[in-house]
Design a protein around this ligand. Structure first.
Ligand code: ADP
Length: 463
């Protein structure tokens, strides 16, 4: 930071040096030339106006410009001085140099050009002077205006500037050091601190706290990094939960399968169809879990494309309910279906079947002691809404947004009538998002939940 500031100061000093010291002489000379020419022009104009106070005016103008001025009337080749303003000691006009031949030469040069300008070096003092001659015609005769401005020495100024620049450089370097310290305290240090925290985060320490300091950009960066750390921490927790969920879900059926198989092998008379059924059920449970994981990874990974066909949504719901007939009979569940007619939709039948299956599975899993599940089909404004209602404990409002996340579970109160993987609603969400279909849930704690989704009705008349 200090290096950059010192470089910036060096550039500023060099630019100042070039303009103030190296070019000072030329700039000063140019300014004096312009002023001298301007004075000659102003005197010519004043003469043309035939002003009564012309002489006084010339004196004033000469003094104002620190110049010496002589004005001549040239009549019949003979020059007569009409004004002589003497404001400088070492000038050409009032020296031996301005003899008749010099004047004649000056007149000839001025007559040939609009204005004659001569840079006279080393006269009187070492600095030289600027001589300007201008001729103008008044009432048939020529008026010659000669202006001489001695140049002042710039050496003293340059010396002063040298000393000043030395001090200015020192002061600026000190200011740069202080500013570099302040800026680094406010910007560089928070960035360095954030870098250290980021390294800790990379090693898996999610308790990191990024502090961005006072600057807007670093403060925003620290907010973003804190947010990222929070999300990574959540992901880590979810991953750990996932491993424990999966291992639990895989272990339970595997233990059952191996246990029952051993019993059937070792104990005579245990080779019953009931025991075989348990092994079959547990195997199915295992394959459901594995299938759910595969489905979800395909859906959320974007590799699953929609295969849309026209099919009856009503029949789809009825068929899914039919799959639970055995469970209803065995465990006393009641599933009712209220439909407002046979509705056809154009969608991916396999995915929609899975959505309905998962919603009914959850309803069975979480419904209340009355073991009732009600499914409703209603068509409003060309959209068919399927609602799956249960009478369970409901879902607290703060947990509602999270239930669609993969491996999210609100609690350990599963009744486990059907297997739960924590993936069901995530599959539902991904499938419906892929269709662009609206979906949602309304739930009252203690009264039950209603999960719903909508699909546009396929109208054959449209074709
Ligand atoms: P799970 O296999 O645990 O049912 P889901 O993704 O299907 O996984 O559901 C996620 C969580 O949402 C469940 O663990 C449960 O807490 C909650 N949930 C889902 N459906 C219902 C419901 N009908 N009633 C109450 N809670 C529900």
């Amino acid at each position: 930071m200090f290096g950059y500031m010192a470089a910036f100061i060096a550039i500023v000093i060099i630019v100042l040096w070039v303009f103030q010291i190296i070019l000072l002489d030329d700039i000063y000379k140019g300014t004096v030339k312009t002023e001298t020419k301007g004075l000659a022009a102003a005197i010519t104009i004043a003469a043309k106006l035939e002003d009564q106070g012309f002489r006084d005016k010339v004196y004033d103008m000469a003094a104002g410009n620190s110049s010496c001025v002589s004005v001549y009337e040239i009549k019949g080749g003979v020059g007569r001085e009409i004004v002589n303003a003497h404001s400088q000691n070492l000038c050409i006009i009032h020296s031996h140099m301005l003899n008749e031949s010099f004047l004649a030469n000056l007149y000839a040069n001025a007559k040939n050009s609009r204005v004659y300008l001569e840079d006279i070096e080393g006269f009187g003092n070492d600095n030289g002077s600027i001589l300007c001659a201008k001729v103008t015609e008044i009432d048939g005769y020529d008026l010659l205006v000669v202006v001489n401005t001695p140049l002042a020495s710039v050496d003293a100024t340059v010396k002063t500037l040298h000393i000043q620049f030395g001090f200015i450089t020192l002061i600026l370097l000190m200011v740069a050091a202080i500013m570099a310290y302040i800026i680094s305290a406010r910007v560089t240090r928070p960035v360095a601190d954030m870098n250290n925290e980021a390294k800790k985060l990379a090693l898996g320490d999610y308790s990191v706290d990024f502090r961005g300091g006072e600057f807007l950009e670093t403060a925003e960066l620290s907010d973003t990094l804190n947010y990222a750390a929070g999300e990574l921490s959540k992901l880590d927790t979810m991953q750990k939960e996932l491993i424990s969920n999966i291992s639990h879900d895989l272990r339970t059926p595997l233990t059952m399968i191996s246990g029952y198989s051993e019993v059937m092998r070792d104990i005579p008379g245990e080779m019953t169809s009931e025991n075989m059924q348990i092994i079959i059920d547990e195997t199915k449970r295992l394959s459901t879990l594995v299938n759910d994981m595969l489905d979800l990874s395909r859906l959320s990974g974007g590799s699953r494309k929609l295969n849309k066909t026209v099919f009856s949504l009503t029949e789809c719901v009825s068929a899914t309910i039919e799959r639970y007939a055995h469970l209803c009979e065995r465990d006393g569940y009641t599933i009712t279906f209220d439909s407002d007619g046979d509705v056809a939709v154009e969608a991916d039948e396999i995915l929609i079947l899975q959505v309905i299956y998962n919603l009914i599975s959850n309803a069975i899993n979480y419904t209340g002691d009355d073991k009732r599940i009600h499914i409703e089909q209603k068509t409003i404004n060309g959209n068919c809404r399927i609602s799956v209602c249960d009478t369970g404990d409901g879902i607290p409002e703060d947990k509602l947004p999270h239930i669609w996340d993969r491996y999210y579970r609100t609690g350990d109160f599963h009744k486990r009538a059907v297997s739960g993987t924590g993936l069901g609603l995530s599959i539902v969400k991904n499938a419906l998002v892929l269709h662009g279909s609206p979906f949602g849930v309304s739930s009252t704690v203690g009264a039950g939940s209603t999960f719903w989704f909508e699909l546009p009705v396929f109208n054959t008349d449209e074709d």
